[in-house]
Ligand binder design. Structure first.
Ligand SMILES: C[S@@+](CC[C@H](N)C(=O)[O-])C[C@H]1O[C@@H](n2cnc3c(N)ncnc32)[C@H](O)[C@@H]1O
Length: 427
């Protein structure tokens, strides 16, 4: 198969997999590219087109519907068109290259669709490009499960959410040591004395300090809860859901005495590689936290629980793209069980920090309110609002840490996140 066609066929296949299976973009991407010999620029193109096709699919669905009634969003031709329209309208690729390769691909017997139909539709879209670019999506076009879970949002929250979810996420670097950050020679926006956003994204290995292990990538909203609690030197700490490791690296750099738990073997391996690059040491227990022996006790427990990951919608647009909704019943029950286990292995006067990369109340606030009802010996502690920190507005009246995916005043984009800090009192 000719090169342009092979990359576009890979895009078509990845999109189709992500529509129909509850797997992450990374899993689908690596599964499809591992046996293909693409160049680095091809890999980048595949990633770019797939991610943007998913980010803009709701808008593109409206465009497709405007020009034809003949397509269901499960048909083979849909994935071909979604990819092609993204290339034409969003990524501004050359019209002739996109149309020619898509028409050629439509002849492939694995796709089986009408080349004339594809050709006609894409050319109509090119002719009407100026007008089409004015289309916008409304909040009520988002998946119904999401609308149901955000019923209390006001218009401003809805507008802000729609305005930023299609943007490319920032590269936010968290440094092991303040002095390394001071030496960086790239254009940055500093977010704390340990962290900064790169004004322009770079391939990760090209960012100075990668090889030396001076920093790791972690979103600003997700690093702040532990940053605001960094006075933990020598504290006996359990990081219960640790991989790929961002929170563990923070705990280690703040001097905590950490034992990390993670049950997924591949993720443990990834975390070990990360620790090695960063020249940090930490014991990782590869096991199911629900089976930890309860004679072990800790002064600080970090529970960064599995969740819908909706806060990372910019990095994981497949959450809105796929056919199925997150299995909230299963996720919420697991979070509850993990919290119950944390109760059993926390010392009296110990602190439990619960976090999820979700801003939905069923995984965040409600989960903790129910927890406090059932565990009367726990109290909610307010997160401190350090005056110089740009994220001080992330702490709500109750003292929860709560962030929606948004653009801050200084222009940086942050993921959505929730955290609660709890203290265990005597019975
Ligand atoms: C949100 S991620 C953690 C992210 C991590 N704290 C970080 O900062 O990089 C949740 C992790 O919990 C792990 N996990 C889920 N259920 C678990 C369990 N029962 N025991 C241990 N690990 C679990 C998942 O494999 C996943 O790696």
């Amino acid at each position: 198969m000719q090169k342009g066609l092979a990359t576009r066929y890979a895009i078509y296949e990845i999109l189709k997999i992500l529509k129909n299976h509850p797997i992450s973009f990374e899993q689908a991407y690596f599964k499809k590219i591992e046996n293909n010999k693409f160049s680095i620029s091809d890999y980048k193109m595949i990633q770019n087109v797939v991610l943007n096709s998913m980010r803009y699919h709701l808008l593109i669905n409206i465009i497709i519907k405007k020009y034809t009634n003949n397509i269901k969003f499960s048909h083979n031709v849909y994935f071909l068109l979604l990819s092609a329209i993204t290339q034409l309208l969003i990524l501004d690729f050359k019209n002739f290259a996109v149309v020619n390769s898509t028409v050629e691909l439509s002849k492939d017997k694995r796709i089986k669709t009408s080349p004339n139909f594809v050709n006609g539709l894409l050319r109509t879209i090119i002719r009407n490009k100026r007008n089409i670019l004015k289309y916008k999506i409304n909040f009520d076009q988002l998946p119904s499960w999401f609308i149901k879970n955000t019923f209390s949002w006001n218009t401003k929250q809805k507008t802000n959410f729609l305005q930023t979810i299609c943007e490319e996420p920032n590269m936010h670097l968290v440094y092991k040591n303040k002095k390394y950050l001071q030496k960086i020679k790239l254009p940055i926006i500093k977010t704390t004395s340990f962290s900064a956003v790169l004004k322009e994204s770079l391939p990760i290995k090209k960012i100075p300090g990668f090889k030396e292990g001076l920093w790791w990538i972690q979103d600003f909203a997700t690093m702040l809860p532990l940053y605001l609690n960094r006075n933990i030197k020598n504290k006996l700490t359990a990081d219960l859901c640790a991989a790929p490791g961002g929170k563990t690296f923070q705990l280690l750099t703040y001097g905590a005495n950490v034992l990390a738990f993670e049950k997924n073997k591949l993720r443990v391996k990834l975390m070990q590689e990360n620790l090695k690059r960063l020249k940090l040491n930490c014991k990782i227990e590869m096991q199911d936290v629900l089976k930890i022996k309860e004679k072990n006790k800790f002064d600080l427990i970090i529970l960064d629980a599995p969740c819908s990951s909706i806060g990372t919608i910019r990095r994981h647009p497949e959450i809105f793209f796929r056919n199925t909704e997150p299995n909230f019943k299963k996720i919420i029950s697991l979070q509850k069980k993990l919290l119950e286990k944390a109760v059993k292995i926390l010392n009296t006067n110990g602190i439990l920090i619960y976090m999820v990369c979700s801003f939905l109340s069923n995984e965040g606030q409600d989960q903790i309110i129910n927890f406090l009802k059932q565990n009367k010996n726990f109290n909610l502690m307010k997160f401190s609002r350090e005056s110089k920190i740009i994220g001080k507005s992330f702490i709500d009246k109750k003292g929860f840490y709560f962030v929606l995916p948004s653009k801050l005043e200084n222009g940086i984009l942050v993921d959505g996140f929730f955290a609660a800090k709890l203290v265990k009192n005597d019975k």
